[in-house]
Design a protein around this ligand. Structure first.
Ligand code: FE2
Length: 379
């Protein structure tokens, strides 16, 4: 049974703190087909940070950078490199959400505050979660009382903006890449901490455990990890939490924790309705993906049965396939996006399957370990 007592409408946005906001915003436009729709910075009266709102389908990323060394954003980037600082959840009532989260043991990062936005009012509050990652509750109310939507009223201090004036890519940003929504996002936490964060999401947000994978399910010859998938009452928001398990060598989760200097968001899975078109477009734009071993496709038909997509196209693009009782899914993973081997993206298309590609874990992790070895971090 879902616990629907804690209403969360959706992931409102994900905010990344980065070293150079303008260039990372440019990257998400050019490489992933996001559209810049709003921003804040010196010209809008924001003296401490600049932020860029990037949208595609229902996905909203905010890229924020420090304008002064005293900014907490600068401190975050110094410690963690570029990464996810805030997961923002749209709720019907911030005060109710905050009260329940605090009753469940959450520590408040910033109390509820209200500010005008175009067309209405914004109310938000922030709590601490794993590592330096925070969860922000967001509520928007139109002046008339009903909820507002659309980037014009995104957040206080943001003003509409369609392009970065310093650089206009030839031929524009090239349109979107068919990315529609955030399917899930995954947190890496320290060894022994997974269950604490599972309980935290349960107590503070009313999340429940959808499924779990032990270290026997997720292991290679060298390393292992454990994962529990948490989801909200509606089942729309899914947050798997990974912790490293003992293996012969350093697991990919440990590599992340070493370089991120603690727990944080490991990957963001973006949904598409046509993964062949999306991944083709991303590759054309230069996005680098992890390659499955050549043997991956040899017995794939026997393992996953008939698919709606041509197997050759999937193999050409390096797309992985997995099947469960309810259907199948197609997925592929980018190389880490920042300089440190931390945050990466997944592209996923679901045909009924509700899993996370368990059948691909071994092939995928072996591909990750090859990259890890090239970085000198598989010892
Ligand atoms: Fe994933």
């Amino acid at each position: 049974m879902f616990d629907s007592s804690f209403p969360i409408r959706r992931i409102d946005h994900i905010e990344l703190y980065v070293g150079s906001g303008r260039q990372v915003a440019e990257f998400f436009q050019r490489a992933f087909g996001f559209h810049l729709t709003a921003w804040r910075g010196l010209e809008t009266g924001s003296r401490e940070v600049a932020s860029y709102l990037l949208e595609q389908g229902d996905i909203r990323l905010v890229v924020t950078t420090a304008l002064t060394p005293e900014s907490p954003v600068a401190r975050h980037v110094w410690e963690h490199g570029d990464g996810v600082a805030v997961i923002a959840l749209e709720v019907p009532a911030v005060d109710v959400a905050l009260e329940r989260a605090v009753a469940g043991g959450a520590e408040v990062a910033s109390d509820a505050e209200e500010a005008p936005i175009a067309g209405g009012t914004w109310r938000s509050a922030t709590i601490h979660a794993f590592g330096d990652t925070r969860l922000r509750f967001v509520e928007r109310r139109a002046s008339g009382g009903a909820g507002v939507s659309g980037s014009w009223g995104f957040a206080p201090g943001f003003e509409p903006r369609a392009s970065l004036s310093t650089y206009a890519p030839p031929g524009g940003s090239g349109g979107d890449c068919g990315l529609t929504a955030i399917d899930h996002l995954v947190a890496n936490v320290e060894r022994g901490a997974m269950d604490r964060w599972v309980r935290f999401l349960g107590a503070t947000l009313g999340f429940t455990e959808l499924m779990h994978f032990d270290d026997r399910a997720i292991s290679t010859e060298y390393s292992a990890l454990m994962s529990k998938v948490m989801q909200d009452g509606t089942g729309r928001i899914k947050i798997p939490i990974n912790e490293p398990a003992a293996g012969r060598r350093k697991s990919q989760v440990e590599e992340y924790l070493d370089f991120y200097r603690g727990p944080g968001v490991q990957h963001i899975a973006l949904e598409t309705a046509d993964i062949i078109r999306t991944v083709g477009a991303l590759r054309d734009r230069g996005v680098a993906f992890l390659q499955p071993p050549a043997t991956y496709y040899h017995d794939l038909s026997a393992r996953v049965g008939r698919l709606g997509e041509p197997m050759e196209a999937l193999a050409d693009l390096g797309i992985l396939v997995d099947r469960d009782d309810e259907g199948y899914l197609l997925q592929i993973f980018t190389e880490p996006v920042p300089d440190r081997p931390t945050l990466f993206f997944e592209i996923i298309q679901r045909h009924g399957a509700r899993g996370f590609g368990e059948g691909n874990f071994r092939a995928l992790f072996e591909a990750i370990e090859r990259e890890q070895a090239r970085r000198g971090n598989l010892d």
